[in-house]
Design a protein around this ligand. Structure first.
Ligand code: KG4
Ligand code: ZN
Length: 332
């Protein structure tokens, strides 16, 4: 079975073609065009600008996905598309394109929740182990930080999530305070490699709370106050980056391991852009007695392969006219 995935929830325009063989799914092509370079000029993502770029990119990206997969549209069995959450203008580009293609090519149309899609990057075959149920899912992206228990495909319980900023948002905002462009996570983690994470004392909000929630907005404020209170000339940016990165990582690891222990689950799957952070995965693997699975970095950040992968396991068809982009979809 071959599925075409389409993802346009934020500033990426992505189309991927995946094939299911046995237990895993393999990528035939995964094309990702980003308007990030353009957004840098504006200091962040301008939603209308992102959507305008996606309107221009969607057809060439689709053509490239088919060409790299060396297939024609007649070989596609279904079309999967991100329904939400995300920026409404961006979502509409992908959703309306998928609806039109489903009608003119006469293919089943499968809507995918972007957040669930992130987790399904773990089911893509990379020579890695495919997750087994039950498992704890930790989603850490630019807009979300959530913990769920997966009991089966499409069956999960929501345990908790961020009460304010997401983990990736905290990386991005702290990077911005240091003068770095979006996305700040990769920049902070690169600079942190040469830094001392114990140099500056930053809070781990909600660390001891008896729930599975996170809060990162206070950490960002503490980081901002710290910057205002120190002599930047003599302070190493690397130490600042290492210290804030460690505070975020400690908060995430503590809660997700507690969730796994309290539910007697020995497998954690990590997903979302922040899962590309090597230190997070290394430290979680060292501290958790069970298995930790995470996708390769290219499949952590937004991509259409994860959307197609999710569709294989939650094959729920919708009539094209009934599909509406939903910017507010969540895991709850
Ligand atoms: O999943 P994603 O591509 O988009 C959303 O759905 O939000 O995640 C983007 C987020 C950004 O906040 C970015 O700074 C963060 O992922 N990110 C990282 C790393 N790579 C991307 N954060 C920390 N370390 C990284 N290596
Ligand atoms: Zn995402």
């Amino acid at each position: 079975m071959i599925i075409l995935g389409i993802e346009t929830s934020c500033d990426e325009t992505s189309a991927a073609i995946l094939q299911k063989e046995g237990d895993g799914v393999t990528i035939l092509s995964n094309i990702i065009a980003s308007s990030a370079d353009l957004q840098v000029k504006y200091g962040g993502i301008v939603p209308e600008q992102a959507a305008r770029e996606q309107v221009k990119a969607i057809v060439p990206v689709l053509e490239e996905a088919l060409s790299q997969a060396k297939i024609t549209h007649s070989e596609i069995d279904a079309i999967a598309v991100t329904q939400g959450p995300g920026l409404i203008g961006s979502l509409l580009v992908g959703v309306e394109t998928a609806k039109v293609l489903a009608i003119i090519w006469n293919k089943p149309l499968i809507p995918v929740n972007h957040l669930i899609g992130h987790f399904y990057a773990n089911w893509i075959d990379n020579g890695n182990q495919i997750p087994a149920f039950p498992c704890i899912g930790l989603l850490v992206s630019g807009g979300h930080s959530d913990i769920v228990i997966f009991k089966d495909h499409g069956v999960y319980d929501y345990l908790g999530g961020t009460r304010d900023d997401a983990a990736g948002e905290c990386f991005d905002k702290c990077a911005r305070l240091l003068g770095y462009e979006y996305p700040g996570g990769p920049k902070i983690s690169k600079l942190a490699e040469e830094g001392d994470p114990t140099k500056f004392n930053l809070p781990r909000p909600l660390y001891t709370s008896d729930d599975y929630d996170f809060s990162f907005s206070g950490l960002k404020t503490a980081f901002s106050n710290l910057l205002a209170s120190i002599d930047m000339e003599s302070s190493k940016v690397n130490d600042l980056c290492a210290s804030v990165e460690q505070a975020i990582i400690d908060s995430l690891i503590h809660k997700v391991i507690r969730a796994a222990k309290q539910h007697s689950i020995n497998q954690i799957i990590v997903a979302g852009g922040v899962a590309a952070n090597k230190k997070l995965i290394t430290q979680l693997t060292q501290q958790f007695s069970g298995k930790v699975l995470s996708p390769p970095p290219i499949l952590c950040t937004d991509n259409a392969a994860m959307i197609a992968s999710a569709a294989f396991y939650s094959y729920i068809r919708i009539k094209p006219p009934d599909l509406q982009a939903n910017p507010n979809l969540s895991l709850q």
